[in-house]
Design a protein around this ligand. Structure first.
Ligand code: PLP
Length: 390
């Protein structure tokens, strides 16, 4: 049995969530971090065992993504996502953010345009800006029921520009929790295909969903021509610190361009620990993945059960990711800094502020629900108590 309910402190481990990004004295006062997107659950026992055995061997050698590794990735994609890939389509990188930066260099020239759909995971923006490309935003909009949807008309206008070469698609979407439907993906893919825009589909959250996820190139097989799909074990099995990902590119010409750009970064072999970890995660841990999904679903139910007791807060409907997106504009704070200070100093909750995610994020907050339920419940109690008294 997994021990997801156990609340642990991970202070002093170099954790971004527990050490780097925590304000002075907050943890001492009982604050709990619901921030950086890794889990507060131990990686599955089978993965821990595989890493232990590997460490015992004593050899931390230059390591290749060999046949056994690729078979494990291929088996998982087929079993869990109905996606039949070839071993040859897989290219390993030092994480998805690294892959996105590499892709930006591979498929666009300095000064050319790349589209993102804000609010979105903020390294999308920096991958464009740091590489001297031009950022084009295609902000998400809400439909009559208040659900986030894409502005396809605007996407079409942007994609049809001669200087726009790429779309960075977040699927499932962090932070708005959407698992895009096959028809939404088809609409996006049609626009990009028609306009010669390369799609980088970041599907890192695809294993943590409450509805079936559609792999982008399965929405329409034609999309394999112009698509790069980023996957990883990191979100699904809490292995983010290994810095590893499997980028899956069906089109050989695109794959060669991507690999050339990756080689020019000097990335030639995989992190040796990620090999046994990935093989174990992708061959032995389906039950754990089902269990963690059920636990996260129940955490979202808990969050929604607080809806009435969080006046001024709208909780975004959730289809995927373990990240909750809360609209706090109704609380009437004068600035994002005031909202953040209220959450941290008064509610003792350490969130990721919504404005980090760009246009449409101001006044929002993102909370990480891959957290032990007792800690989450205590945090929601603190928030509710402060809001009911305002
Ligand atoms: C959409 C998305 N892509 C990529 C990453 C990070 O990927 P990696 O750690 O493999 O660089 C995250 C982490 O939160 C994410 O939400």
């Amino acid at each position: 049995m997994s021990d997801f309910d156990v609340v642990r402190s991970r202070r002093g481990t170099g954790s971004y969530k527990w050490d780097t990004t925590v304000g002075e004295g907050l943890l001492e006062r009982g604050a709990y971090p619901l921030s950086v997107a890794d889990m507060e659950f131990r990686t599955p026992a089978a993965v821990r065992e595989a890493i232990k055995d590997f460490a015992e061997s004593g050899f931390f050698c230059y390591t290749d993504a060999d046949g056994e590794y690729r078979d494990a990735v291929r088996g998982f994609m087929s079993r869990r996502h109905g996606w039949n890939i070839d071993n040859e389509w897989i290219t390993c990188t030092g994480g998805v953010v690294c892959a996105i930066n590499t892709a930006v260099r591979a498929f666009s020239q300095p000064g050319e345009g790349v589209i993102i759909q804000t609010p979105v995971y903020y390294p999308f923006r920096t991958a464009i800006e740091n590489n001297g490309r031009r950022l084009f935003e295609n902000p998400l909009v809400t439909d009559a029921d208040g659900n986030y949807v894409m502005n396809l008309a605007e996407l079409e206008t942007l994609a049809s520009r001669d200087d726009v070469k790429m779309l960075l698609l977040c699927s499932p979407h962090n932070p708005v929790c959407r698992v895009w439907s096959a028809s939404e993906l088809r609409a996006v893919g049609d626009i990009c295909l028609k306009n010669g825009v390369t799609v980088i589909s970041d599907e890192i959250h695809f294993d943590i969903t409450s509805k079936p996820h559609t792999v982008f190139t399965l929405a329409d097989r034609r999309f394999a021509q112009n698509t790069v799909i980023c996957t990883a074990v990191s979100k699904s099995f809490n292995l983010a610190g290994l810095g590893t990902s499997n980028v899956i590119i069906e089109n050989e010409a695109l794959r060669e361009r991507f690999r050339k750009a990756l080689a020019s970064d000097g990335y030639t072999c995989i992190n040796c620990v990620s090999r046994p970890a990935t093989i174990a995660a992708y061959t032995l841990c389906d039950d754990w993945l089902d269990e963690v999904n059920a636990y996260i679903d129940a955490n979202f139910e808990l969050l929604f059960s607080y809806a009435e007791r969080l006046p001024g807060v709208e909780i975004c409907k959730r289809e995927g990711t373990y990240l909750a997106w809360l609209d706090m504009r109704g609380l009437g704070f004068g600035s994002d800094e005031e909202l953040d200070s209220f959450l941290q100093q008064q509610c003792l909750i350490i969130p990721d502020p919504g404005y980090w995610f760009g246009k449409g994020g101001s006044g929002f907050t993102r909370l990480n629900l891959a957290s032990p339920r007792p800690a989450l419940e205590a945090a929601l109690e603190r928030l509710s108590e402060k809001l009911m008294k305002r």
